[in-house]
Structures are given as structure tokens and as C-alpha cells.
Write a protein that binds this ligand. Structure first.
Ligand code: SF4
Ligand code: MG
Length: 335
């Protein structure tokens, strides 16, 4: 069988209006020409700074957004490959049952006026599970699977801690027995100790239910812990992709080097050394990205070629891709 998900040349552009009577219009290229392949049973990380387009890409994949162009080839449970980018609103339901999103913030993503039974069974109702007893049984099972007591189903979100609420979000995402789960900053709002518990839960659920994950995060530690492969995103584009081991141990894109340098190090002497490499300046507005390499305005290695010509994403070694003109001549620092 081929990959579970194959995103090809995907773009998502937004029209941004600003100014008096919204007359100033700019085209924000939030996602630009993204290719991404995910195999069944693996956990792929998608990392980058806030505003790089990673959440937008996740929302396109679950079809919360309709992408501007490109393809989302998805191999359904019955083996048929469909292009989810082309699905019309009325055709989305079966796809959205198999491909689910777990949201970032367990505090704001759960409706405070609904109890856990209502929250978790909402997707079941939408997908036609009309029998109340059947729904309650399903919710009880789901609560147990995520490590919560079935009796909790009559309680409201405020009664629970951040970690417990994230378990509720996960139970809700699993309600329809999905195959691909896209977790957008699923642990970012949690305390470090709780974070590890949720990551372990996600890993247990993956192994037990044969799930596939796309973990969207700005936290490279999360990727190191859970993901077999990682895609690095910058200004709407994938700039590096490979196994986590390869990308962390042998980065081939200067932006990845910058991200790896920012990982906090337990040894203070090492931490001092690592501050040498940093991206200069702020992330540019995706509306006015430079014409050449999107990283050229911040890259310490930029040349005229970089500023004028877009580097293609190409294989630097087997299965390891980078979009950098100078990737072969630079020796970049690993994590
Ligand atoms: Fe830096 Fe040039 Fe590589 Fe872009 S193409 S990351 S500017 S060296
Ligand atoms: Mg985000």
C-alpha cells in the first residue's frame, strides 16, 4: 500500500484587508507549495515558529479550510485513494471522521456549558449515532481509554485540570475511531510534568489503535520524543524534511540549525556556546516574503543568489530533503 497521506504542492492564500474601509488588500501566502508524505503508523512532526503556516497546513489537511490549490491524497480505510482537497462541503463527513484534529488549548477548545458526555458525543451525533445508550457506552469507553473515570461524563470542563481537559479533547478526537490524528500544539499549554503524561498517552493510543499522527509543535523536544520524521516549516514552506535522527544530528538547512540552537541545554556551558547561532530579526510578514529564499532576510549565510532565487526542496541524502542553495558547502551544527 502507498502512503496514508500525500500532500502535493499545497497552497493556502488568504486575502488580508487593512486600512480605512479595508481598501488595502494583500495576499498572504500562509502555505506555499507544500509536499508532505505520511505513512500509516508513523508520527511525523511539523515544526516552526508561530506564524509559519503549520496550523494552517493542519487545518487544510483536516479540511477545516479549503486549500487554494494542490492535492491531499488520502488512502481511505477501504483502500481507495481520494483527493481530499477536492471534496465539496457536502462530501466531507466520511473524510473528517477518519482525519481528526486535536486542538491546542484545552481551556478554550472545550465548551464550558457542555458536560463531558455532550462534548465527546457531539461528533458521534453529527455522524449519525442516534442511540443515546450506545453513545453513553461509547463515551464511557473513550474516557477509560484516555485515563479518565466514566463517572466524569456528567461533569463540566471547569471541574478538571489542564491535563485532564487535554485528555477530554483527545477522547473527543478519538470518538469516531480516526486513522490520522493531527495534534496542533496539543501539549504546549501544559506544565512540563503533565506534558510527559499526555505524550505517553498519545504514544500508547497510537500503538494500541494503530493511529498515525501529525504533531504540529514549536517544541523540538516533543518531536525528539515522539516523531520518527520531522518537517521544518518556514514562511509557509517546508525547508527541511527527514528522519528526526538525521535532521537533529545532521541538519541541512540554516533555519533548522537556528531552531536546534534554541533548544534549552541542561549544561550551562553548552548553553553559552549555543547562543552563537541565531536567526537575525523578526519573522517577516508572509505577505512580503523576499523573492528568493524565504530565510534569506535572517540567514547568516545568505548570498546574492539566495536573495534572488528560490531554492528548491531537494534530496541531500536518501530521504533527507532541504531547500537551501548552500546546503552542500555549509557544515551546520547539530542539536
Ligand atoms: Fe541561507 Fe541561502 Fe540557504 Fe536560504 S538558500 S537558507 S539564504 S544559505
Ligand atoms: Mg499555531
Amino acid at each position: 500500500a502507498g502512503p496514508l497521506l500525500e500532500v502535493r504542492d499545497l497552497s493556502m492564500h488568504f486575502i488580508k484587508r487593512a486600512g480605512l474601509r479595508a481598501k488595502i488588500v494583500s495576499n498572504v501566502r500562509a502555505v506555499e507549495g507544500v509536499d508532505l508524505t505520511i505513512h500509516e503508523g508513523e508520527t511525523v512532526g511539523l515544526v516552526g515558529e508561530t506564524g509559519c503556516g503549520k496550523s494552517t497546513l493542519g487545518r487544510c489537511i483536516v479540511r477545516a479550510y479549503e486549500p487554494t490549490s494542490g492535492q491531499i491524497h488520502y488512502r481511505r480505510r477501504d483502500g481507495q485513494v481520494i483527493d481530499a482537497a477536492k471534496l465539496r462541503r457536502s462530501q466531507l463527513k466520511p473524510y473528517q471522521g477518519e482525519v481528526r484534529l486535536v486542538f491546542q488549548d484545552p481551556y478554550s477548545s472545550l465548551n464550558p456549558r457542555m458536560n463531558l458526555l455532550q462534548i465527546i458525543s457531539e461528533p458521534l451525533l453529527l455522524h449519525g449515532m442516534t442511540d443515546r445508550v450506545e453513545r453513553e457506552q461509547r463515551v464511557a469507553d473513550l474516557l477509560t481509554r484516555v485515563g479518565l473515570r466514566p463517572e466524569f461524563m456528567r461533569r463540566y470542563p471547569h471541574a478538571f485540570s489542564g491535563g485532564q481537559r487535554q485528555r477530554v479533547s483527545i477522547a473527543r478526537a478519538l470518538a469516531l475511531d480516526p486513522r490520522l490524528v493531527i495534534a496542533d500544539e496539543a501539549v504546549s499549554a501544559l506544565d512540563v510534568s503533565v506534558r510527559a503524561q499526555i505524550l505517553n498517552l498519545l504514544e500508547d493510543l497510537r500503538a494500541e489503535a494503530g493511529l498515525t499522527y501529525l504533531m504540529i509543535t514549536h517544541d523540538l523536544g516533543v518531536v525528539d520524543y515522539l516523531c520518527q520524521r520531522v518537517a521544518v516549516m518556514y514562511l509557509g514552506r517546508i525547508v527541511e524534511f527527514g528522519t528526526t535522527e538525521e535532521v537533529y544530528g545532521n541538519p541541512r538547512h540554516p533555519y533548522t540549525e537556528t531552531l536546534l540552537a534554541a533548544i534549552p541545554k541542561p549544561d550551562p556551558r553548552q548553553r553559552g556556546q549555543r547562543t552563537a547561532v541565531t536567526a537575525r530579526g523578526e519573522l517577516p510578514d508572509p505577505g512580503d516574503a523576499p523573492p528568493g529564499c524565504p530565510f534569506s532576510s535572517r540567514c547568516p549565510y545568505a548570498t546574492d543568489l539566495c536573495r534572488n532565487e528560490m531554492p528548491p526542496l531537494r534530496e541531500t541524502s536518501t530521504g533527507h530533503l532541504a531547500a537551501c542553495h548552500r546546503t552542500d558547502e555549509l557544515s551546520l551544527r547539530p542539536a
